[in-house]
Write a protein that binds this ligand. Structure first.
Ligand SMILES: [Ca+2]
Ligand SMILES: [Ca+2]
Length: 160
């Protein structure tokens, strides 16, 4: 799979940079895909430097993230199959900025003898940590406590 370049940089905002800082400080717990989007330096950790590069990318003083240069695209693909079978291997995308090399996410099969459904990939944009472009779920969805349902009161009328 080879994601094409579409859209502009409008999905990169200072909100992404501040979310990177919250992840770096540990006040937000992010999933693997969000961490991958946040690590724009490609050094394997999320830090204030990643937030700084996102801000520089927004203002145009940075032409491309190191991970973009390694991958040759702004996009990455994360496999999220809803059906799993034996012999199936789900491979997360990997970037090595020093080589440089880039491996998009894959779903591999050995001895596939049946048709499968839900073999999906979720596309992400490097630096779009809050996934605002619409391709994925937000990084930190606040959990809402369900409101208490009111039990209807019903008083039986006395039988005559
Ligand atoms: Ca980093
Ligand atoms: Ca965003």
């Amino acid at each position: 799979m080879d994601p094409d370049e579409v859209g502009d940089l409008s999905d990169l905002t200072p909100a992404d940079a501040s979310l990177v800082l919250e992840i770096a400080q540990g006040s937000v717990v992010a999933d693997e895909r969000t961490l991958f989007a946040a690590d724009v330096t490609g050094n394997g950790t999320v830090s204030a430097l990643d937030a700084q590069l996102i801000l520089e990318r927004i203002t145009g003083s940075l032409a491309a993230f190191p991970v973009e240069q390694a991958c040759g695209t702004r996009w990455f693909a994360f496999p999220e199959p809803s059906q799993t079978v034996s012999g199936q291997t789900v491979v997360s995308p990997q970037v090595n900025v020093s080589t440089p090399s880039c491996l998009q996410g894959e779903i591999r099969y050995t001895n596939l003898s049946q048709s499968l459904i839900g073999q999906n990939f979720v596309l992400g944009l490097f630096g779009d940590v809050n996934a605002s472009w619409g391709g994925g779920a937000p990084a930190a969805t606040p959990t809402r406590t369900p409101t208490r349902t009111r039990t209807p009161t019903w008083t039986p009328s006395p039988t005559v």
